[in-house]
Design a protein around this ligand. Structure first.
Ligand code: SF4
Length: 68
């Protein structure tokens, strides 16, 4: 079980969580970024910097154009 304090602080409001919950996205992303608080996440870095970013921006910085 993942310790709660390792989960990314943006998890509950992050589109990546919602896409995964809706089975539109492979759990790979939440497993390797969100649930372990991986600060290499490009979304995380943009949130911290106050930079806007689209919902379909994946943690590695790529865009999944199939996500709506
Ligand atoms: S995608 Fe990035 S910003 Fe969003 S919850 Fe996961 S780690 Fe945090």
């Amino acid at each position: 079980m993942t310790p709660k304090n390792r989960i990314c602080k943006w998890y509950q409001c992050c589109p990546i969580k919602f896409y995964t919950d809706e089975k539109k996205l492979d759990p790979y992303w939440v497993d390797n970024y969100c649930l372990i608080g991986n600060k290499k996440c490009i979304r995380y870095q943009k949130e911290e910097a106050g930079e806007s970013h689209p919902d379909n921006l994946l943690p590695d910085g790529s865009i999944d154009s199939l996500l709506v």
